[in-house]
Design a protein around this ligand. Structure first.
Ligand code: CP
Length: 308
């Protein structure tokens, strides 16, 4: 594995190896073990051209637990604001001896563009991790979600998993679907209004439901998504109240799932829009464990790419 740009097409063995590698790192993530020297002397540059709370911070923590040096480029105060191109920015950071770029960008394909540029300019030793690009992919989110499911449900091959909400604009959903199907989940459902599901979404290997009551029946895992207004380009939106009434996950609707179903959300949550507080803070929610597991999973990915 040279870069991590997407989970599409990533073999099951590699996905499983990442999850297995993350397991012992959980002790480091939980501060039971202080630091590991696996990336000592390496420089990791966090390039977040879009906002982030969880991903940026957990990448920073993960890199520091692996003893790497971390630079968080503040895009708003960087020379990108003066018109410097993405690839010129990368070239300049390479001149500062970057070993790894963690990239979030509004444009689908931006991390791939950087990876190709590094290859064309002979810097094959510099790694790129996609931290979320446009609607395309958010591979480490998909991986930490799989780690969470494995932690609570142990086996993927007997599960029914539902992904609910704005799949159309969601890079998270694409990475989740890729990972769930790769790991052999027999039934992956997507539930949402036609306007918020990609056309021909069933070609991704999922069952499609336009009714919450039908879609949630008997599921083991409910993965909620928020309305990604920032990617809707001014389209006519349902009001938050309208959306909540039909698609919001309430305690009542959750009773349709299995009694031991877990509820996940990648964050940030919009309470009272896609999820009710009673569910978000309820006993079935594993939303904060997802965040904690993100540290170990990102440590696994970074160490597998970057401790060469
Ligand atoms: N899940 C996720 O990507 O959260 P952030 O936008 O806070 O990084």
């Amino acid at each position: 594995l040279q870069h991590l740009l997407t989970l599409d097409g990533l073999p099951r063995e590699i996905v499983t190896t990442i999850l297995d590698t993350a397991t012992p790192f959980a002790a480091v993530a939980e501060r039971e073990v202080k630091k590991l020297p696996l990336m000592r002397g390496k420089s990791v540059f966090n390039l977040f051209f879009e906002n982030s709370t969880r991903t940026r911070t957990t990448f920073e923590i993960a890199a520091k637990r692996l003893s790497a040096d971390v630079v968080n480029l503040n895009i708003n105060t960087s020379s990108a604001a003066k018109g410097e191109s993405l690839l010129d920015t990368v070239d300049n950071l390479c001149a500062m001896h970057a070993d790894m770029f963690v990239v979030r960008h509004a444009a689908s394909g931006a991390p791939m563009l950087i990876a190709q540029h590094l290859q064309h300019t002979g810097r094959d030793d510099v790694r790129v991790i996609n931290a979320g690009d446009g609607r395309h992919a958010h591979p480490t989110q998909g991986l930490l979600d799989m780690y969470t499911i494995r932690h609570f449900k142990h086996d993927f091959t007997n599960l029914t998993v539902a992904i609910v909400g704005d799949v159309l604009h969601s890079r998270v959903a694409r990475s989740q679907i890729a990972a769930l199907t790769t790991l052999g989940v027999p039934e992956v459902r997507v539930i949402g209004p036609r306007t918020l599901l990609p056309t021909e979404v069933e070609k991704l290997g999922v069952r499609v439901f336009h009714d919450m009551s039908e879609g949630l029946k008997g599921v083991d895992v409910v993965m909620m998504l928020r309305l990604q207004n920032e990617r809707m380009n001014g389209a006519l939106l349902p009001t938050p109240q309208e959306y909540y009434k039909i698609w919001g996950l309430t305690a009542d609707k959750l009773t349709l799932a299995k009694p031991d179903a877990i509820v996940m959300h990648p964050g940030p949550m919009n309470r009272g829009v896609e999820i009710d507080s009673a569910v978000a803070d309820g006993t079935q929610a594993v939303i904060l464990p997802q965040v904690t597991f993100g540290i170990a999973v990102r440590m696994a990915v970074m160490s597998m790419l970057g401790s060469h």
